[in-house]
Design a protein around this ligand. Sequence first.
Ligand code: NAP
Length: 279
Amino acid sequence: MEYFSLLGGTKIPAFGLGTYQMTKREVVKNSILTAIKLGYRHFDTAEIYGNQAFVGEALEESGVPRNELFITTKIWMNHYKDVRSALKEDLKRLRTDYVDLLLLHQPLCNYVDAFKELIKLKKEGLVKAIGVSNFENEHIHKLIEKTGVIPEVNQIEIHPFCQRKEQVDYCKRNGILIEDWYPLANAKSKLLDNEVIKEIAKKYDKTPGQIILRWHFEIGHVAFPRATSEAHLKENIEIFNFALNKEDVEKINALDTGKGYDKPVWLKKITETLKKANH
Ligand SMILES: NC(=O)c1ccc[n+]([C@@H]2O[C@H](COP(=O)([O-])OP(=O)(O)OC[C@H]3O[C@@H](n4cnc5c(N)ncnc54)[C@H](OP(=O)(O)O)[C@@H]3O)[C@@H](O)[C@H]2O)c1
């Protein structure tokens, strides 16, 4: 496994397993336990995914020492007023006494005060690193201005069709590591069937998924595709035995459409309601 370093010095595995939309106990446990056998040590969850208890159960059952695991969770905006108690509940469900990375899930409600609480929790050792998710440059700028602390991570939707260059440049300038959610564009966007990706896959004798996931690593971002099938789990982690050349990275960079994919209706509704309530 390859690692990146966060601003505060924490080492983070460059690759892991996402658990969004994995809600059934058996599915979560099977995926995590299979992933662990294949060498995964980094797991991304969130309170809103409703699976922390199953993630905790699987990680405990795996028998892997806690200090070899990297666990990320996220605080949903309804808990921005009580981040500390929300984290304590997360820890209980995850069966651990700290998380490696704690993120604010959305730039909504009073995210500045919530981030101040994250800073305290990090000082107390309940979390090793802190960051944000779905934050635009202006939100991060406000956090830095109000707290003097730079979030160590911004987790945003990034894949070859949606590359967010301005956000990436801003984060890189500030030393913020980017985590790419939806790394395979959820396998629904035709990204895996794209001719450029397929041609590169043929050249390296790899699958389209491996080419895309290697691209995330080549551009210096963390990725944690969700996978429930053993074949996908195995395929996805086998990206550290080859490298894309600069020309092929550039060919993939050229696929950017400037458009993202995931805006579930329920999230849109919550976001709009909260925006109205807060502004
Ligand atoms: N911060 C946020 O707001 C946010 C939002 C969305 C996601 N995330 C995080 O990012 C993670 C990844 O995003 P995601 O789960 O939405 O989408 P994704 O990882 O891009 O796609 C997951 C889908 O791709 C399939 N798949 C996995 N590997 C494949 C391969 N090698 N070839 C073909 N298909 C493959 C999976 O199928 P099988 O299950 O059948 O294997 C699953 O249906 C999430 O799980 C979550 O942890 C964060």
